[in-house]
Design a protein around this ligand. Structure first.
Ligand code: HXC
Length: 513
């Protein structure tokens, strides 16, 4: 063997020795897979190409350093479901996955290549944050990453997967990306940890209660997806990627095999109860409309009064937004407005048509909501729907009242097609509120106020709220048989395939924040 080749082999052996049994055991004991195992799970077998595997940590004058290859991050590219994806996976076994300058440079290379080639990038995060011993160099490493997160936003899908710690300012890279996954029990995210909370506020809180997946998947809404272990989390990432295009100039992959084509679904006629005040589960309706009844919910356990989900209809990706009458009667509040607005922006960035299933009695009233800024947050939803140029179809299932009617993709703000089921009620407000305002005196003076109210309610329903009035006035396109909803959506999505919207050139709109 030539000397040069011997040297080459020896170097390879050194690298593989780094990944000995102890290396795997250390991470498995923490209930986690190693950085490499995660990467191999993500990519189609045999397709992953590693980059910069031999990069050592930069020298540091303070604290520990190690002689490890890779500087605590595995980077590279390969195929996921047959399509090119770039990725990085932080290695907690090397200096706690902390981000030094070389580590950052490796990630930045992947970000640059992903952007140049129009490919999604997935970051598997398991890190103690900025490497303390490298000081300002590691802080600058984060700055380099943040900048690219922002420049890639709306161009390529960026997915962050939190599989261990994500602490301090480091959380802002995931926050700048399109989706955040978290693994239950082994991951956490916070700007300041429990020790600082104790010092500054004298509050005692556990890591999980401060920033675990149980908090971010429900209350804060920071995490879009939570899975119970590393394997399922990565499977979730692959599933999500299947709904997305590689970049903003492409359309999502079509899965013709999934399509059941147009079909009549009689069961749809029986889900919305006759009594308008009775709740039902809108997910039953989604299941009957989408291909194979399959959909992937985003932020499933946060702001559950609105559903945001990816699905396919006739093989094409769609974003479904549905008010959920089962939770808070489907009212819009701050969290649901922001959740839906963000989802619309993602669909619009990546050319995914939006199908809205509407049953909304209005915005949630109350001092809490007003004082916390429902005006400004509700405006986000209105802005996002109006601003979105992808095909937009609405089906009014039942209530469409007041400002919420307008906000939920009415034709007035740019909805392309709007249909109503015979159960729809469309008006400025529901009968109770309308009658109380218009007939207060008459009700107070009536011999039998209950009988009068009942009569007025019926007249209001017949003359004001019924969907045929909206149909005749052209505010909706048609009142349809619920059984035909899916075929109507397919027809309209086809009709909108070449939709183009020209807008006045501007730097950007002033999105309500
Ligand atoms: C250097 C670090 C490190 C860091 C962990 N390690 N964090 N090394 N810089 N930031 C090393 C530890 O010294 C240890 O090395 C190994 O990683 C494992 O860490 P442990 O503490 O033993 O693990 P664990 O008990 O699981 O605790 C994990 C942890 C804790 C919660 C992440 O290590 C921790 O609190 N680290 C600091 C977190 C932090 O405050 N980072 C800065 C955030 S600010 P040995 O050799 O003993 O195995 C930030 C600014 C970003 O990131 C700027 C953007 C604006």
């Amino acid at each position: 063997m030539k000397k040069s080749h011997e040297q080459f082999i020896a170097r390879q052996e050194l690298l593989s020795k780094q990944y000995d049994e102890a290396y795997y055991e250390k991470q498995h004991k923490r209930g986690k897979l190693t950085a490499r195992e995660r990467i191999l799970l993500l990519f189609d077998e045999g397709t992953f190409e590693e980059t910069d595997a031999y990069t050592p940590p930069a020298s540091a004058s303070f604290g520990k350093t190690v002689k490890a290859f890779g500087d605590g991050v595995v980077t590279g590219f390969g195929k996921v479901n047959g399509r090119l994806v770039y990725a990085f996976s932080q290695d907690f076994n090397v200096l706690g996955g902390s981000l030094g300058s070389q580590h950052a440079a490796k990630i930045v290379k992947m970000q640059d290549l992903a952007l140049k080639t129009g490919s999604p990038i997935v970051g598997l995060i398991d890190s103690g944050g900025a490497r303390i011993q490298e000081g300002i160099s590691s802080l600058n490493g984060y700055a380099d990453i943040f900048k690219r997160n922002v420049l890639s936003s709306g161009v390529i899908p960026q997915i962050s997967v939190i599989m261990g710690p994500a602490a301090g300012g480091a959380v802002y890279s995931p926050a700048l990306t399109d989706f955040i996954f978290m693994t239950a029990d082994t991951s956490y995210m916070f700007v300041t940890g429990p020790n600082v909370v104790k010092e500054v506020l004298n509050e005692t809180v556990t890591t999980e209660d401060l920033g675990g997946a149980s908090v971010h998947g429900t209350k804060s809404g920071v995490a879009d997806f939570v899975y119970n272990d590393d394997e399922n989390t990565i499977l979730g990432v692959k599933q999500l990627l299947s709904y997305l295009p590689s970049n903003n100039l492409e359309t999502p992959p079509v899965h013709q095999g999934d399509a059941l084509k147009e079909k009549t679904e009689d069961r749809l006629q029986h889900i919305v109860p006759e009594d308008p005040d009775k709740p039902y589960d809108v997910k039953e309706i989604i299941e009957l409309i989408v291909d194979n009844g399959k959909f992937l919910e985003v932020s499933e356990n946060h702001a559950m009064n609105i559903i945001t989900a990816f699905a396919r209809i006739d093989g094409h990706s769609v974003g479904i937004i549905a008010n959920q009458p089962k939770v808070m009667a489907g009212t819009l509040d701050i969290d649901s407005s922001v959740k839906a607005a963000r989802f619309i922006n993602i669909c619009n960035s990546f050319n995914i048509p939006i199908v809205t299933l509407e049953d909304v009695p209005g915005f949630l009233p109350g001092t809490d909501q007003e004082h916390d800024g429902i005006i400004r947050h509700g405006a986000k939803l209105l802005y996002a729907y109006t601003n979105a140029t992808v095909p937009k179809i609405t089906i009014i299932l039942r209530k469409a009242y007041g400002g919420a009617y307008i906000v939920m993709n009415s034709k007035g703000i740019g909805g392309d097609f709007s249909f109503a089921w015979p159960t729809a009620e469309i008006a400025v407000m529901g009968p109770d509120g309308a009658i109380a305002i218009l007939y207060r005196k008459e009700l107070a003076e009536a011999e039998n106020p209950l009988a009068l109210k009942k009569e007025l309610t019926q007249t209001y329903r017949d003359e004001v709220t019924n969907p045929y009035i909206a149909d005749e006035k052209g505010f909706i396109d048609e009142v349809i048989d619920p059984a035909l909803t899916r075929s109507k959506i397919i027809t309209c999505l086809n009709a909108l395939q070449r939709k183009t919207v020209l807008r006045i050139d501007r730097k950007h709109g002033n999105v309500p924040l």
